[in-house]
Design a protein around this ligand. Structure first.
Ligand SMILES: CC(C)(COP(=O)(O)OP(=O)(O)OC[C@H]1O[C@@H](n2cnc3c(N)ncnc32)[C@H](O[C@H]2O[C@H](COP(=O)(O)OP(=O)(O)OP(=O)(O)O)[C@@H](O)[C@H]2O)[C@@H]1O)[C@@H](O)C(=O)NCCC(=O)NCCS
Ligand code: ADE
Length: 291
């Protein structure tokens, strides 16, 4: 007889997916040096955020992600019942996040993106190629949740003012910034020999080259968005974050965005989505040990 049971606990699929979503959020937060975002070095352009808060926020979302995956498994198909269950769980997740952070918005966009992707992955775990998962997520995002409050959010305000796509449309289009830019760049940089942290930084920068990040637009208008997109392009054109030239450009971009108060929080969320999809696609633990 043993004092402790040393057998690893068998995790359900929903628990594995929730683990992977939280891991992706923590990996995103820890990745350094990210331009004007919270990372291991500091708070970037933020006065109300820090790394500990990002970690606490990520961990507070585990029950919501698990519940979203369970809802997908229970419903078994894309339709209004699942969409509305996800909306309810997402709003509860936001409430848990705000209770943890004392009212600071750390991961609103990430709950939306990762919530849809977790549910989409749970619906068909054997179909885990990123393009298939994002397409299922898009079909969910296109359904109209009758209980969603009418948005007067920062994102809705700037999307209307500047005529850009926000977080909702990014999901409805099957996450083009992730599948068309972030993930391919992640793979290219790895293949070119960049270390994992630099490959992830390059993926973030690739997302930043074209994203209409509504956080940046709200905080710094069109000049902020242009600085973000052009600066990210300049880092990649100089050889990416693994090169000396790229690092110099990255440092300049960090300084410039901080001076403009232009935090690319939407791009950070989409990097987390990219890391989640990368893990799913590589089959990192979606099936082993699942009961
Ligand atoms: C559909 C929703 C995502 C709501 O979207 P909407 O655009 O109406 O609302 P926002 O409140 O602005 O939230 C969108 C967040 O998405 C991120 N984001 C921004 N641009 C994009 C983009 N182009 N593509 C994808 N994602 C994008 C961004 O989130 C990050 O930034 C936040 C921090 O920003 P910060 O400036 O510090 O904070 P603010 O609160 O804006 O201002 P201050 O603090 O300065 O005062 C941080 O959250 C990051 O995550 C945008 O903030 C969706 O939320 C929704 O409908 N939810 C309802 C529930 C639901 O249906 N859930 C479904 C579950 S799957
Ligand atoms: N690392 C980060 N810094 C600031 N805002 C964020 N939103 C999501 N991740 C973020």
């Amino acid at each position: 007889m043993h004092a402790f049971n040393l057998q690893p606990k068998k995790l359900s699929l929903a628990e594995r997916l929730a683990d992977m979503a939280v891991d992706a959020l923590i990996d995103e937060a820890d990745l350094s040096p990210k331009p004007a975002l919270v990372d291991r070095r500091g708070n970037g352009a933020h006065t109300d955020l820090h790394l500990g808060l990002m970690h606490a926020s990520a961990l507070s979302l585990w029950p919501a992600f698990k519940e979203m995956a369970d809802a997908a498994l229970e419903c078994g198909e894309i339709g209004l019942p699942l969409r509305e269950a996800l909306g309810r769980i997402g709003r509860e997740g936001e409430a848990a996040m705000l209770a943890t952070t004392d009212g600071v918005n750390t991961h609103r966009g990430a709950i939306w993106a990762l919530g849809l992707l977790v549910a989409a992955a749970a619906l068909e775990p054997e179909s885990s190629v990123a393009s298939a998962v994002t397409l299922r997520a898009a079909r969910l995002a296109l359904l109209n949740d009758r209980y969603a409050p009418k948005p007067f959010s920062h994102g809705a305000q700037v999307a209307q003012r500047y005529g850009v796509r926000g977080a909702r449309e990014e999901a409805q289009l099957a996450f083009p910034a992730v599948t068309g830019l972030g993930l391919p760049q992640l793979k290219r940089s790895r293949a070119a020999g960049a270390g994992e942290q630099n490959a992830r930084l390059d993926a973030l920068l690739a997302i930043m080259t074209t994203l209409a990040d509504t956080c940046v637009l709200y905080r710094a208008g069109e000049p902020g968005l242009q600085a973000m997109q052009h600066g990210a392009r300049a880092v990649l054109d100089a050889g990416g974050s693994a090169s000396l030239g790229g690092r110099r450009q990255l440092h300049a971009l960090d300084q410039q965005l901080i001076a403009m108060n232009a935090s690319p929080g939407g791009a950070a969320d989409l990097l987390a989505a990219c890391l989640f999809l990368d893990r799913i696609e590589r089959g990192d633990g979606l099936f082993p040990g699942v009961c």
